[in-house]
Design a protein around this ligand. Sequence first.
Ligand code: FES
Length: 353
Amino acid sequence: MSETSTPQLPEGSDDPGTALAPQGAHDPSLPPHRPRRTDTDPRAAKRVERQVAAMFLGSALMTVLFVIAFVKIPVDAETTIPFTTATINASNAALGLTFGLAILLIGTGAIHWAKKLMPDQEVIQLRHPLRSTDEDRAAAVEALQEGGEASGLGERKIIRRSLLLAMGLFPIPMIVMLRDLGPLPGNSLRETLWHKGSRIVIDPTRSPIKPGDVPIGGIVSAMPADLPEVQEVEGDLNERAKSVIILVRMSPEDIISQQGGTPAEPWDYQGVMAFSKICTHVGCPINLYEQRTHHMLCPCHQSTFDLADSANVVFGPAARRLPQLPITVDAEGFLIARDGFAEPVGPSFWERG
Ligand code: FES
């Protein structure tokens, strides 16, 4: 139950906030009411009335034109009209324009009417406790008891017990169906195809890549060279999802920290670093890189990772950094993995427990 009423203002006050505030406190949330021009000037109100009517009439006219265009303009590829550098189908253009304007004019007319002519006096909606009355509650309990007795559940034990059994087992199919969500997490999520000596190739061209091919300030998507064969043999698309990486190149002096390595065996190769491309939040592929800050942004929920500082999270819901892949070059100068990932890639939910 609720009712709407205008506030009772204290004598000499025109501030409705005063009526709402507890004694001794001032509620600043309700500003004093200011009449609009259409409230005080009948000629202004009449003018707005004509404007609103003109919009509604314009909408009606557009609807009529829509019907005429639908009937009269042939729907064929030859009936076109020029539009900037191309041509568009005349029927589509006429129908879209007239129908769009018909809707727009009804909407703008209604808004104009509401803002300028309808009452804009502040009102207060009083709320009452949501609790039912004691009588209603007692009646509800009585109705339940009557229903229970009428069903005979208390006396018919076999029905009661079999119903409890059925209801108890009922949620089990939903739990069983969880299995369809994918393979059970195990080592499959902890291991990727990357291992010591895996050659890094560009995704999707599969060309091997040298450090100089990674542009300074740019990123390159890459994958292990043996991924296509593994997919072909095992038909396993999960491997691709887990193994994709991004290569980034920056000045070695810009690198603040890395996730591992020693001065003799660093995890980067002359400023080229490799990170998992899978966001550690819920697994979107990450690909928005800001060269100036070395920040990598996930487009899904804006988690941001600082690639110059161990890919730590600097913003957003991701709970952990992007895993780094240690890299080096082989005898031919192509980039290879120095080892596999030291920590699991992808969302971290399965790490719990
Ligand atoms: S998946 Fe990347 S922020 Fe959510």
